[in-house]
Design a protein around this ligand. Structure first.
Ligand code: B16
Ligand code: MG
Length: 219
């Protein structure tokens, strides 16, 4: 068996992408920039400030924003986002994920969260899943976000586990790249043309036994 499972949050445990989208959309509207759900795909898995940079880049007129102004805008988006996720409940857990966490725990395997979100702890609390997690990587303690491996290696280092003995679950290619660069076994959810070691269509088809079978067959 592996030593640990390390989960991404948004798109794996729950779909916070929609709430990020609504908060960014309102901010962008205020700046006179229009974004849609297709554009929002580019914001999945990347940090808050990198997301703002991508929105600002849509309009050359916003090229002159100072670092302080960007900080203020990112804070404004985050305050709105926090209001939105206050409404998150266990009903927002993606299909099959709580039973997967139960199965992993029953086998004595450690569970960690490796999310780029600084609000990850609050989201897990809202979902009532905090108790399943032995360790949560706080995005604030990571200096290089995904696709850098640091988010995932920080979790493995906390336990003192070899990276090759860890399984990561991701829905974004940047996250899969981070896992592969760390030397971990990467499970991709809903990804096509992915570098992931094992791919499932959605969380509903992500089962403990099949992940372990593929992990044990890895070359
Ligand atoms: P915050 P993940 C990521 O979560 C989101 O996918 C991404 O859209 C967001 O910008 C990032 O967290 C930072 O979130 O503003 O709450 O710190 O997929 O890494 O769990
Ligand atoms: Mg994600």
């Amino acid at each position: 068996h592996p030593s640990a499972f390390i989960f991404d949050l948004d798109g794996v445990i729950t779909d916070t992408a929609e709430f990020h989208y609504l908060a960014w959309k309102q901010l962008a509207d205020g700046l006179g920039v229009t974004i849609d759900r297709e554009f929002n795909e580019q914001l999945k898995g990347i940090s808050r400030m990198d997301s703002l940079e991508k929105i600002v880049a849509l309009d050359p007129a916003l090229g002159g924003l100072s670092a302080d102004e960007k900080e203020r805008l990112a804070t404004e988006k985050n305050e709105h986002y926090i209001k939105l996720i206050a409404e998150v409940t266990p009903a927002h857990i993606l299909p099959g994920m709580e039973s997967l966490l139960k199965d992993i725990q029953a086998h004595g395997i450690k569970i960690a969260l490796g999310s780029a979100s600084k609000n990850a702890k609050m989201v897990l609390e809202q979902l009532e899943l905090t108790d399943y997690f032995d360790y949560i990587v706080d995005a604030a303690q990571v200096s290089k976000g995904k696709p850098d491996p640091e988010t995932f290696t920080t979790a493995a280092d906390y336990f003192g586990f070899a990276y090759a003995d860890c399984i990561g679950v991701e829905d974004a290619e940047a996250g899969v790249e981070a896992l592969k660069r760390a030397g971990m076994f990467a499970v991709g959810v809903g990804l096509s043309l992915s570098e992931a070691d094992y791919i499932v269509a959605d969380t509903g088809t992500l089962h403990f036994d099949s992940v372990i079978t593929h992990y044990n067959e890895r070359s």
